[in-house]
Design a protein around this ligand. Sequence first.
Ligand code: UDP
Length: 330
Amino acid sequence: MKVLVVGGAGYIGSHCVRQLRDAGHNPVVLDNLVFGHRQAVASDIPFYDFDLGDYDRVAQILKHEKIEIVMHFAAFAYVGESVTDPRKYYKNNLVATLRLLEAMLDNGVKKFVFSSTCATYGEPDTLPMLESLPQAPINPYGQTKLDVENCLKAFSQAYGLSFAAFRYFNAAGAAQDGSIGEDHNPETHLIPLVFDAATGRRENIKIFGTDYSTPDGTCLRDYVHVDDLSRAHIAVFDKLKQPSLGLFYNLGTGRPYSVREIINAVQEVTGLNVPFVEVDRRAGDPPALFADSTKAQKELGWQIQYTNIQSIIASAWKWHKSNPNGFSDS
Ligand code: UDP
């Protein structure tokens, strides 16, 4: 398949581009490099550096590259910022996505894979989380993702679009060979920050909240390897051959880990001590989020290869140890 990967220079997108190529597909990358890294994509993969909301230029690539399917990873994803600057989130995550979809439909491209999030569920009443749970996001980031999901449903019925929306839990880990990995600026994610505390690049890791109703008082999350996430995106291609299909899948391992367990696992994998301090809860953090991904496993044959947190952290560590400053080291 000729696949346009929007946001293909970002964390999850760049891992997916690798896997597309390994699986014999032909990825083409569109990334405005606001958060993406040019070095994360092999130099012989066609690369376009402009905004996904640029209807004319997107339409031109779709035609020129004879794109058959579009994968869309490009989004702003800082929950806190989405509360203080929602305009930015609606503009990029919703409005620009609509323009991308318009360019697709106007050019007869009707297969779409969308990066959604477990943040569309808000604070779940039941765990593990099934796709059928009510969706009630508690911040504009989650809301913009849900808005796109709803728009896709309507477009699918009205215009024959076939799509899969993957609701990610906590993406983690890095390519097995350590050549690409996570590099956010600013970094807010737990595992890379714990590495920085372990190596002394930061004084300590702050544990946000120790009074949650969880076994050790800290939040539970479902960390899923970025290569496992990517595999699901490719496994859905066959299904998308059917027109007007709308698919929703949770992607997580189903095994939650607490913040303290993550710190301990990093100590175990790296052999380094992790200094930590306990601080107040971070606003908007639900106590526990973990997936029931049976649907993806049954319908897509999705098999999780990184089943334990040590293997996920070991892959992330391989990247982080050699590239403490991320892609600016390469
Ligand atoms: N967390 C923490 N200290 C940090 C960063 C994160 O205690 O410096 C906690 C956070 O409260 C959450 C978990 O680690 O419970 C995962 O947070 P992250 O930001 O990595 O992902 P999120 O679940 O917010 O998408």
